[in-house]
Design a protein around this ligand. Structure first.
Ligand code: IFM
Length: 504
């Protein structure tokens, strides 16, 4: 996810250009962690010393995803997903980890709600596993799967926690992948049918929905880089899946609204502020192209019925765009979900690189991570200003939409000390500084309604298995014991007081 266009760029510029892109940029694709001697704590870019108060009714939440926490991979009639298949294939996931049990939240969801209550949270973003509802991707709903989510929703509402439901967080039914997956146009129709079933089952209680989580990530990592399920490595598949997913996003939107016209529907887009490496015109153009491919590749089709202007050279026939399709990709989202972790530094490739690949289809941009801020244990730069920049850019360019921060967080692998406490002060600093940056963007006019820390629990981090801990609560994966970390205790005060700043 994010910074994941490495292979796309590589395919176009060729291997020599891509050699300039450090592996660490492939984010959750399982890249090596570059621990550097940068400062240990989050940089203070926006002072919170006088206090940053959030708007009344602000949503304080955490986010999770079904495959990353539920486990119970083959219980109660659930079908196989592409992630089950991928994780069960050798050498795909670090240490051979799988999501078969994960955090066992399928059985321990009551404990997880208790954690959120203890943290004073009023919003919970979780995803629904499509193959739990439709084991083979079509046909009638599996009653036991529906019951699980129905009970979860009821218990959340009873705890005064808003359910914010993601309809697809990467676990496609394997049967649909066998029929071509996201490169097959029919998958968009199957997806709309699934959305309709879920809306009928939960729409009387769930009011806020997200169609997709990070479409750019699952399309890129799963179809071009091959580091995520279903593990394809093809530029053609990447382009074709892009278009089918854009059609599915709008088809899902319409299906939901048809069942529940008053539902509020968005998508969680992964975004990064894209900065030019220098002031040169070439690097500025590269930054615009990086923005187009990273941030609005799935947003422009929804809101404006087109692919981003900076990428107008895309071949329609290769993407299998049919006449009238771009009208079909339109979905007037009620809000924009932003998942943001870091920034991108974009630059134009040198003349030599360009000359060497002049015959290729040119997409001249190199993307690197910033190097000034401290790094998380995943090797991602901590750069709060990225959140401020992207929130204000989206606010300016999309007519001040309603925004929710649907994810932000950091992986630090601090474990319990002798007394069992987890002192993850770097995570506290991360969220404090990102929230201060967010507060400033709100003060400057952005309409931001909520912030969801990734994640409630340490969980299955895709190709990284259990090696990257993002949770506000620590999970002992042997016993499944949950312990709220210092960051979770801190976040509970932030949520209760609706502010960061002095003493917080
Ligand atoms: O764990 C992922 C999540 O599934 C999607 N957004 C980023 C997180 C951290 O990599």
């Amino acid at each position: 996810m994010r910074l994941t266009r490495r292979k796309f760029v590589q395919s176009i510029l060729g291997a020599s250009a891509a050699a300039g892109l450090p592996a660490v940029l492939s984010g959750c694709s399982g890249s090596p962690k570059a621990r550097t001697a940068t400062p240990a704590s989050a940089p203070v870019q926006f002072s919170s010393s006088s206090g940053v108060v959030f708007p009344k009714g602000f949503f304080w939440g955490t986010a999770t995803a079904a495959y990353q926490i539920e486990g119970a991979w083959n219980e109660d009639g659930k079908g196989e997903s592409i992630w089950d298949r991928f994780a069960h294939t050798s050498d795909k996931i670090k240490n051979g980890d799988t999501g078969d049990v994960a955090c066992d939240s399928y059985h321990r969801w009551r404990e997880d709600i208790a954690l959120m209550r203890a943290m004073n949270l009023n919003s919970y973003r979780f995803s629904i596993s499509w193959p739990r509802i439709q084991p083979s991707g079509s046909g009638a709903a599996n009653a036991k799967g529906v019951d699980y989510y129905s009970r979860l929703v009821d218990a959340l509402l009873e705890a005064h926690i808003r359910p914010l439901v993601t309809l697809y967080h990467w676990d496609l039914p394997q049967a649909l992948e066998d029929a071509g997956g996201w490169t097959n146009r029919d998958t968009a129709a199957r997806f709309a049918e699934y959305v309709q079933l879920v809306a009928q089952a939960l729409g009387d209680r769930v009011t806020d929905w997200m169609i997709f989580n990070e479409p750019d990530a699952f399309v890129d990592l799963g179809h071009l880089e091959g580091t995520h399920a279903p593990g394809r490595k093809s530029l053609l598949d990447f382009l074709r899946a892009t278009h089918v997913v854009n059609l599915a996003q709008a088809a899902g939107f319409r299906a939901l609204k048809a069942v529940r016209p008053s539902a509020r529907v968005g998508t969680a887009f992964s975004m990064s502020a894209c900065e030019p490496a220098t002031d040169s015109e070439e690097d500025k153009l590269a930054a615009e192209r990086a923005h187009a491919i990273t941030n609005i590749w799935f947003l422009e089709p929804a809101l404006r019925g087109r692919y981003p202007e900076a990428l107008t050279f895309l071949p329609e026939t290769v993407m299998r765009i049919k006449a009238g399709d771009m009208e079909k990709t339109r979905a007037p989202l009620d809000f924009i979900g932003i998942n943001l972790y870091y920034r991108i530094i974009a630059s134009a490739p040198g003349a030599l690189e360009r000359a060497a690949h002049a015959q290729e289809w040119l997409f001249p941009v190199k993307m690197d991570g910033g190097q000034q801020g401290p790094k998380t244990d995943f090797g991602w730069e901590v750069w709060p200003k990225a959140l401020y920049d992207i929130v204000l850019r989206i606010t300016r360019e999309y007519n001040r939409p309603v925004i929710e921060i649907t994810e932000s967080g950091c992986s630090y692998n601090d474990g319990p000390d002798a007394s069992g406490a987890i002192h993850d002060s770097r995570r506290v600093a991360y969220h404090r500084e990102y929230l201060a940056a967010l507060g400033r963007s709100i003060a400057e006019g952005a309409d931001v309604r909520g912030y969801h820390a990734w994640s409630l629990l340490d969980n299955f981090e895709w190709a990284e298995g259990f090696s990257q801990r993002f949770g506000l609560a620590y999970v002992d994966f042997k016993t499944q014991k949950r312990t709220i970390k210092d960051s979770g205790h801190w976040y509970s005060k932030v949520a209760a007081e609706n502010r960061v700043g002095p003493g917080l």
